[in-house]
Every structure is written in structure tokens, then in C-alpha cells.
Design a protein around this ligand. Structure first.
Ligand SMILES: *[C@@H]1O[C@H](CO)[C@@H](O)[C@H](O)[C@H]1NC(C)=O
Ligand SMILES: *[C@@H]1O[C@H](CO)[C@@H](O)[C@H](O)[C@H]1NC(C)=O
Ligand SMILES: *[C@@H]1O[C@H](CO)[C@@H](O)[C@H](O)[C@H]1NC(C)=O
Ligand SMILES: *[C@@H]1O[C@H](CO)[C@@H](O)[C@H](O)[C@H]1NC(C)=O
Length: 476
């Protein structure tokens, strides 16, 4: 194992390399990336920590471990039966997927990653017709990557296959029989290690295990999370969402206690976000890339959003699940919900003290000053394609996602940008974090007048009751 000094050196090297890569003009995603980077509701980058999350190993339940013990809250649990592997590789647009993705990656001429940043793997997935890995290092799109196929005895069971990094943080691999682990390396014969290989998680369910689940952007930063987190889970449960993939970069013990209670009830799976990316946007893009792969065939739709965002149907008699069940146009690959920011003027209190505290401080009850909806195409968001929307994505129709939108679908699919009269995001945005209000108020007002709005009463009473009962159960 490397010494602390060596790890620090490697980390600094990552930082430098990252800045270098992300400042190069030849970088395939440069434009998109910068648009995300200079976004208006910029996240709390200043609080970035390089600490590992304080999750203990035992709190981290891999999908494979979960699958055997999971209790799906629905009365009728879907069958875990798997589809047969296909003999052939996946075909996209009439060509083998590996070639299709290589073309998309627009591999840079003369670019060689030999001797470059070593691959580290976050997770690997086995589908009926291909494998994919999420990598946890910021390799340039188009970087050469070798897929390595490892059997139960730890030996390679097939020749390495050359692939490319595409999209960000993903390496696509052909499927090989008898592989139980996937390795990703810079060269054909680089040794396989625990860093660059991972056990293949099966994702070839005959039936969706969930119709809609949730992918939470990495949790980090100093503000307490418990109340936001309880509200998030209970809000979405009222919307028919019963499964949450929670990406954690860092979290306090007090908050973790609540998260673990949802792990125990089978509703939450934790995915630790390693410290390999120094940039919070890169971390979020890695989580988004991983959750798309993780959710494929497991959940039909996934909501990709932050801890302070509450997607909601404007007619509150309709739930998100009900709404999605009504989406019959098969060409729809993602549904973008426009933002309405709500000024949150205080931090979450450090600890749960009483019912009265929750009645007063729970974000959906405490805050009302609301912007007009940020609709796609508005002049204020000319640099931000989606105008900071968040998406509900059909996981098998999307190839490449950024934080706010799908930027590449499988052929034939498209985005539906919702009008705010159908659905929108109640985004309880902290106004002080990075002087957000001060820096952005002028632009926010260009979307239209502010108004005082409330989380719908019809849901609010149930939400309060469910949040309180969870908090009492966990903290009393
Ligand atoms: C996979 O393993 C089985 C059983 O050991 C063997 O019969 C088969 O030939 C292997 N398949 C490949 C493609 O190596
Ligand atoms: C998903 O929705 C369909 C109806 O649209 C239903 O038959 C099925 O049971 C649902 N699956 C799950 C896992 O809830
Ligand atoms: C689904 O669509 C039908 C027909 O447009 C409508 O009557 C119904 O209310 C919708 N249900 C939900 C849950 O959206
Ligand atoms: C919202 O309510 C607050 C407090 O009652 C008030 O001061 C403010 O003017 C209201 N804002 C709008 C846009 O109505």
C-alpha cells in the first residue's frame, strides 16, 4: 500500500491532470462541460473535502448483496428472473455497439494514454449483450481502455478487448462468457488489481424491479443533511418512488444514522464516492454516469436530482409515478422538469429536537419565495441548454447524461421538456451558499416575477406525519 505521502502526491497529480484535461480545447465535452461548470445555481464547491465519507464498510451494501435480502415495498415483488445472454454483441444503429461508441467518442488522433493516469473502477455491470464499467478517474473521452475478463479463479478467461472512454467515466465492453469480474487497464498486459477491477453486477432483469427510482447527486459539505434527507425520501415515496440510490462523498454520523435506517428498510442503497475527483461537478457526472448504468433494466425510469430538489406535478392529485405510467409515447427518452427556485434562508438545524422544530423548519413548510419557472430557450439560459432542468430518464434509452440533461440518446429517442403547468421542481436553494442569491438575483428575476408559493396542502400533511414518524423512530 502506498504511504500517505505517496497518496497525497497521487492526489495532487490527479488535480493537476484534471485541470489540464478540462482546460484543453480538444476535449470532446469541453463546451458541455463548461456550460455545466459556469452554471447559475453553482454548487458549494468551496466546501469540497478530500476526506473519505464516514460510512463504515458495513453500511455499504452492494447491489448483489442487496438483491438476496431486499424487501420491495410493493405487495407483489417482481421476479428476479434474468434474460438469456445473447451470443452476439449489442447492435446500435446497424453496427456493433463497440464500434458505434468508439465513433461517438471521436477518439483523438495520436492520443495515447500509455503511462497515463491508472484506471480505477467504481462498479462493473453485466447486461445481456454487453458489459460496462464506471471508472472513478477523470480520463479524457476517447482514451484507450482495455477490457479485461476475469473468471472465478482470478484468471483471465478471454483476450483483452480495446475500447475507449465514452461517455465520461464509462468504458463499454463486449460481453464474454464465464467472466465474473471486469478489469479496465491502460494496456493489454497491465496487472489486474483491486483498484482496476470489480465484480460484475447483474443487470438483465426480465421485469423492471421498479417503475421509477431515484439517483441522488453525491452528498458532501458541512450543512446538516438529516432533515433534507428525510423530507426527500418521504416526499418521493408519496410520489410512488420506493428505491433510492444515494451517492455519498462525505456525511456526518448523525445524518448517516437516518440514511442507514432507510438502508435497513430496503429503500436506500449507498454508493460511496471515492476521493479521486477533486471537482464536485466531475463527482456528480461520475455519479450520474454510474446511476444510469446501475438502473438499466432494474428501474424503467430514474429521477436524477439533488438533495434540495423536489420534483412535483403541478396538479398535486397526480403523482410522478402515475404521470409516468401515462407516458405512452415510446420515443420519449427523458422528461425534463423546469426549475422554480425557492429561497432557503437558513441552514438545516444540527439535530432533531421536537415536533415543533420540524413544523417550523422543514424546508417545504418554512420557505415560500419562489422564482418563475426557468424554461428552456429563455435568453437567460442561452449557455445552458436545459436551463438547469432536472430529468426523469428512461434508463435504457439514454447513452450520455450530464448533470442537467441527456445529451445523447440511443437512436430514435428524444427529450420532452415539460411545461411548468404540468410539472416542475421546487428547489429549496440555500441563498447564502456561495453568495448564490446575491450573484444571481438579477438573472432569476428575468424569468418572471417572484411569488409566494407553498408545497401543496394535500401532500403536506402526510409528508409531515411521515417525516416525524421516521425521525422519532431513528433519533428517539
Ligand atoms: C465457460 O465455462 C464452461 C464450464 O467450465 C466451459 O464449458 C465453456 O467452454 C466456457 N466458455 C467459454 C466461452 O470459455
Ligand atoms: C410497473 O407498472 C406496471 C403497470 O404500468 C405494473 O404492472 C407493474 O407491477 C409495476 N412494477 C413495479 C415493480 O412496481
Ligand atoms: C392518465 O391519462 C388519462 C387520459 O388522458 C387521464 O384521464 C388520467 O387522469 C391520467 N392519469 C394520471 C395518473 O395521470
Ligand atoms: C412573500 O411573503 C413575504 C412575507 O409575508 C412578503 O414580505 C413578500 O413581499 C412576499 N413576496 C411576494 C413576491 O409576494
Amino acid at each position: 500500500m502506498p504511504s500517505n505521502n505517496a497518496s497525497l502526491g497521487v492526489f495532487v497529480l490527479f488535480c493537476i491532470l484534471f485541470v489540464y484535461i478540462f482546460s484543453r480545447n480538444s476535449f470532446d465535452d469541453q463546451d458541455q462541460y463548461e456550460k455545466v461548470y459556469i452554471q447559475l445555481p453553482f454548487p458549494e464547491a468551496s466546501t469540497l473535502s478530500t476526506k473519505r465519507p464516514t460510512t463504515s464498510k458495513s453500511a455499504v451494501i452492494t447491489t448483489q448483496e442487496r438483491d438476496s435480502t431486499e424487501t420491495v415495498p410493493n405487495a407483489l415483488s417482481p421476479s428476479k428472473e434474468e434474460v438469456q445472454d445473447t451470443a452476439e454483441d449489442e447492435v446500435v444503429n446497424g453496427e456493433p455497439a463497440l464500434a458505434y461508441f468508439r465513433k461517438l467518442s471521436g477518439s483523438v488522433n495520436g492520443f495515447s494514454s500509455a503511462g497515463g493516469l491508472k484506471f480505477q473502477i467504481m462498479a462493473a455491470y453485466s447486461y445481456k449483450d454487453h458489459f460496462s464499467a464506471t471508472i472513478s478517474v477523470p480520463k479524457q473521452i476517447g482514451s484507450v481502455a482495455y477490457c479485461r475478463y476475469i473468471g472465478v479463479d482470478g484468471k483471465e478467461v478471454a483476450e483483452p478487448v480495446e475500447s475507449r472512454v465514452y461517455p465520461f467515466f464509462v468504458v463499454y465492453c463486449s460481453r464474454r462468457s464465464n467472466a465474473t469480474m471486469l478489469g479496465i487497464t491502460n494496456s493489454k498486459n497491465e496487472p489486474i488489481s483491486t483498484e482496476n477491477s470489480a465484480k460484475l453486477i447483474h443487470r438483465k432483469f426480465k421485469e423492471y424491479q421498479h417503475n421509477v427510482s431515484f439517483c441522488l447527486a453525491p452528498i458532501y459539505g458541512k450543512e446538516p443533511k438529516w432533515l433534507h434527507f428525510a423530507e426527500l425520501v418521504e416526499h418521493y415515496k408519496l410520489q410512488g418512488v420506493n428505491k433510492f440510490f444515494i451517492y455519498i462523498r462525505e456525511i456526518g454520523e448523525y445524518d448517516m444514522k437516518l440514511v442507514k435506517s432507510y438502508v435497513a428498510s430496503g429503500e436506500v442503497e449507498i454508493i460511496e464516492v471515492p476521493a479521486t475527483n477533486s471537482d464536485v461537478i466531475a463527482q456528480q457526472m461520475m455519479a450520474v454516469a454510474d446511476c444510469l448504468l446501475r438502473s438499466r433494466t432494474y428501474s424503467k425510469w430514474s429521477i436524477y436530482a439533488d438533495i434540495d430538489e423536489r420534483l412535483i406535478m403541478t396538479d398535486d392529485r397526480m403523482t410522478i409515478n402515475g404521470f409516468l405510467r401515462n407516458v405512452t409515447d415510446e420515443s420519449i427518452g427523458s422528461i425534463a422538469f423546469p426549475q422554480r427556485w425557492i429561497m432557503k434562508r437558513e441552514q438545516i438545524p444540527p439535530k432533531f429536537t421536537s415536533d415543533a422544530q420540524i413544523i417550523e423548519k422543514m424546508p417545504t413548510r418554512a420557505w415560500h419565495e419562489t422564482t418563475s419557472a426557468a424554461m428552456k430557450g429563455h435568453p437567460v439560459c442561452k449557455d445552458q441548454v436545459s436551463c438547469w432542468a432536472k430529468d426523469i430518464v428512461h434508463n435504457e434509452k439514454a447513452i450520455r447524461m450530464l448533470v442537467h440533461e441527456v445529451v445523447k440518446f440511443y437512436p430514435g429517442y428524444r427529450e420532452w421538456f415539460l411545461d411548468s403547468s404540468i410539472g416542475y421542481i421546487r428547489h429549496y436553494r440555500d441563498v447564502d451558499m456561495q453568495s448564490w442569491e446575491k450573484n444571481n438575483i438579477a438573472n432569476l428575476m428575468k424569468f418572471g416575477p417572484f411569488s409566494n408559493t407553498s408545497y401543496p396542502n394535500s401532500l403536506g400533511a402526510k409528508l409531515l406525519k411521515n417525516v416525524l414518524s421516521r425521525l422519532h423512530w431513528v433519533y428517539n
